[in-house]
Design a protein around this ligand. Structure first.
Ligand SMILES: [Zn+2]
Ligand SMILES: [Zn+2]
Length: 174
């Protein structure tokens, strides 16, 4: 679904859409979409601006990625509201000035006369993923010694205690 500035000039657009896994490309983000991504909301051209588009709505989806600690699958439900602002890409030099002056890190830019809904949703999903991507809060991760998944086996390996201060003294004594 593409929101063109020309159409938005006439009226606000409402959307209600579902995207099956694969329709939105997450392959470059090491993420996999598990359930259909359902979204609803609206897109509008803000009056008294130079073509600023506001897209707001609600989405939910379930995403899967590799657990940061054990590398098994970790799933995350993403559900929430979004309210995003897009400005037309501006001429060179001007863009930077505006961004810095107003300190609006939330503002994104669009080119080509409009915005593709899939891009908006993809971006929101990426922003909504947690920083810590673990399969569960107390994931024990992979044993650094034998390489087994410590959630599945209690390998009993004990890391050798290394005390750098003593090692440093020994080196001095040599
Ligand atoms: Zn894990
Ligand atoms: Zn081990």
């Amino acid at each position: 679904m593409f929101f063109s500035v020309k159409e938005l000039e006439i009226k606000k657009a409402r959307f209600e859409a579902a995207f099956s896994p694969g329709e939105i490309d997450f392959s470059g983000d090491r993420l996999e979409q598990v359930t259909p991504l359902e979204a609803e909301g609206s897109a509008e051209l803000l009056p008294h601006t130079l073509g600023e588009i506001r897209i707001q709505g609600h989405l939910h989806v379930r995403m899967r990625c590799e657990c940061d600690r054990c590398l098994e699958a970790a799933e995350f439900p993403i559900e929430g509201n979004f309210d995003l602002f897009y400005r037309p890409e501006l001429r060179e030099g001007y863009e930077e000035e505006v961004a810095i002056d107003e300190g609006e890190s939330e503002i994104a830019f669009y080119a080509g006369g409009g915005i593709e809904l899939k891009d908006v949703l993809r971006e929101h999903v990426l922003l909504s993923m947690p920083m810590q991507r673990t399969c569960r809060e107390d994931c024990h991760g992979i044993c650094p010694i034998c390489g087994q998944n410590r959630n599945l086996v209690n390998c009993g390996c004990e890391p050798k205690p290394v005390d750098d201060r003593w090692a440093a003294l020994k080196n001095l004594a040599k």
